[in-house]
Structures are given as C-alpha cells and as structure tokens.
Design a protein around this ligand. Structure first.
Ligand SMILES: [Fe+2]
Length: 188
C-alpha cells in the first residue's frame, strides 16, 4: 500500500487504518479494490470496466457518478507534458476527482483549507475520491506511467480552476519510498 506523507509535520503514515482515518478527516475517501476475476495483462478498457463493474456501480450510486472510463498514460503519450501541466499546479474542480489505479503510480498533493498539505502516492489497487472544491495537484511518478479508471458526475465539470496560491511550488513532486520524508523546498 502506498503511504501518506505530511511534510510539515515530518510524518509518514503507513498503516491502512491510520491512512484511512487521516484522509477521512480531511474529506478524502480511500479504498483498495481487488478485481473480481483474473485480469489478463493488457486487458482492454472494456474488460477493465467489466472486471470492476460491481465497485463502479456502488460508487455511482453513492456519489452520483454517471460515467466511467479508463485513462492510459505512457511516457510516449503525445502531448504528455502539456497534459501534466494542466494538473500539476494547485487547482480544484466543480466535481469530484475519482481515480482507481490499475497500473503505474501517481502523486496527489491535497491542501486542506485548514491544515497541512499531504502527499499521497497512489498505485495499483488504490481508489481515491477527492471531493469537488478540494484544493489539490497531481504529478506522475518518475516512470510516467498510469492506467486508471475515472468516474464522473459530469465530465464537463472536470475543468481545473487554478488557485494561484503558490503552495504547489513548496513541495517536491517526486515519488519516494515509504520511509522518505519530503523536505519543504526553500523558496527564494
Ligand atoms: Fe484535479
């Protein structure tokens, strides 16, 4: 399981219960999913959505999500840098950001209005729900690979609104192992 780091408190959470409790306290829902059946390597998007059908249907009912798709990003994806730049500055959306990671890794920073920024690496099996209006930003890890199921209440609400707070510049966008405590950047 991936960890949660709270750089300003020099804390790293590793246990599932403490991670769920901390994230729940700032409004972020976290779950781990396992596929109902065996998924072949290179399974298609439709096969992925079918394999996780029961979990997707449950979330749709809980959160009012109406569509689900699969995003597939590789280092060779055309326009990758431009795509990443849209989301690696602090922003919020008019709808929830719901991601279930099938393959690869990514790094969410969540910035509660009151409280410290947390750094959450997500990897295969992790489901994260970031409620609408939550300030956050996202980076891929060094290998620039992620495959994820996304759920939407209204895909048009997914446009980022940038906060311009500058908070994103204070944290290293690098995925480290579980024992790493990220230093704050020294801003000049
Ligand atoms: Fe976002």
């Amino acid at each position: 399981m991936a960890t949660v780091r709270i750089p300003d408190e020099k804390r790293t959470l590793r246990e599932k219960e403490e991670i769920c409790a901390y994230l729940g306290g700032i409004g972020i829902a976290y779950e781990q999913w396992k596929p109902a059946g065996q998924l072949a390597e290179g399974a298609s998007a439709a096969e992925m959505l079918a394999a996780y059908g029961p979990e997707i249907d449950r979330l749709k009912a809980e959160g009012g999500y109406v569509t689900a798709d699969v995003i597939d990003v590789m280092p060779t994806t055309p326009g990758l840098d431009a795509m990443l730049k849209r989301f690696n500055s602090e922003h919020w959306h008019d709808e929830d950001e719901v991601r279930f990671i099938i393959e690869g890794r990514g790094l969410f920073h969540i910035h509660p209005r009151e409280g410290n920024v947390i750094s959450r690496t997500v990897e295969a099996g992790d489901l994260l729900r970031v409620p609408r209006g939550t300030w956050h930003w996202f980076d891929l890890c060094q290998e620039k690979r992620i495959r994820a199921i996304r759920l939407f209440q209204d895909p048009s609400g997914w446009t980022p609104h940038y906060t311009e707070s500058g908070a994103d510049r204070g944290f290293e966008p690098v995925c480290f192992g579980p024992s790493y405590i990220a230093p704050r950047r020294v801003l000049s």
